[in-house]
Write a protein that binds this ligand. Structure first.
Ligand SMILES: [Fe+2]
Length: 295
């Protein structure tokens, strides 16, 4: 009998994985063992480190609940979520590229209020500070450059203190959220306030890890967009403020060049202190909405 030793154990595990019936699960299992064993041979963890790793994984589950998913957060802060998003959002081969996708994040709510073009999504105290007022506008197009009328532009964002309405008892329900429908020329516009960057939750194991890695927990300021029209893929993306000092160090590695928007300061007397113009380009495909992370 050929018993296991440090040299042959990887091959012995792979002999088992070869017998996994489902081809995709077989491929994933084989690759997982390949990389996991290579990682262990590289790192050579001692018993105490192995126990610490197991405790970390258990803590991820134990600190996950209806309000927070620490497993997704770990994937985010290791760049895995963003890598998967980038891989699944490759150009479709046409000359005109669609708008790059970015992570949905944990704060999208379905059924946010439908509002007329030009309306203000800032309905709380933040609307009083005109120095942060922001006008947002753009055109929704397809990859051939044609303007798309009747596309739904669903927007959500954090307040100027970096909190979404569901995290902040000071804000009215559904504040800083709204759905707009593009006009016959494919354009949309609305009023808001500048969002602030904010930290991801640091009260769980991911916060401990960020601290040990000497990393800040912040995301740069951004607006979230979900743009849809039947016959086109649902575009989920984020547009980042070009003057945010943390653009290059987003804790979730989500900032693509193409998603940095110019938050242009407006002359005195203009309807808003800042203006953001950003066009959104959809690609043809099935119109499938993600599951809302919160009700
Ligand atoms: Fe966000």
């Amino acid at each position: 009998m050929d018993f296991v030793n440090v040299h042959n154990i990887t091959d012995k595990v792979q002999e088992v994985m070869v017998r996994v019936p489902d081809p995709r699960l077989r491929q994933i299992s084989h690759s997982l063992i390949d990389h996991l064993h290579a990682f262990i041979r590289d790192v050579q963890p001692n018993q105490a480190e192995f126990e610490q790793a197991c405790e970390f994984l258990v803590a991820l589950g134990q600190s996950t609940g209806p309000a927070k998913n620490e497993v997704i957060l770990l994937s985010d802060i290791l760049g895995a979520s963003s890598l998967i998003n980038l891989q699944n959002d490759q150009p479709d081969g046409t000359r005109n590229h669609h708008t790059d996708a970015a992570l949905l994040g944990p704060f999208w709510r379905a059924q946010s209020p439908a509002m007329p073009l030009g309306a203000n999504i800032a309905r709380g105290q933040e609307a009083q500070d005109s120095s942060q007022s922001l006008q947002v506008g753009g055109t929704v197009r397809n990859a051939a450059g044609q303007a798309l009328a009747d596309a739904v532009v669903d927007v959500w964002q954090a307040s100027p203190v970096g909190l979404y309405e569901n995290q902040d008892p000071q804000q009215p329900n559904m504040n800083l959220r709204g759905q707009f429908r593009t006009d016959a020329a494919g354009t949309f516009h609305f009023l808001s306030v500048r969002p602030a960057g904010y930290p991801v939750p640091v009260d769980g194991p991911c916060g401990t890890l960020l601290k040990a890695q000497n990393r800040h927990p912040y995301r740069p300021a951004h607006l979230h967009f979900m743009v849809s029209k039947p016959g086109y893929k649902v575009l989920v993306t984020q547009v980042f403020a070009d003057d945010d000092e943390r653009l290059a160090t987003d804790v979730t590695f989500s900032v693509a060049d193409s998603l940095v928007g110019r938050f242009a300061r407006q002359p005195h007397g203009a309807p808003s202190a800042f203006r953001l113009d950003f066009d959104l380009v959809l690609q043809v495909g099935d119109t499938v909405f993600p599951a809302p992370p919160i009700p």
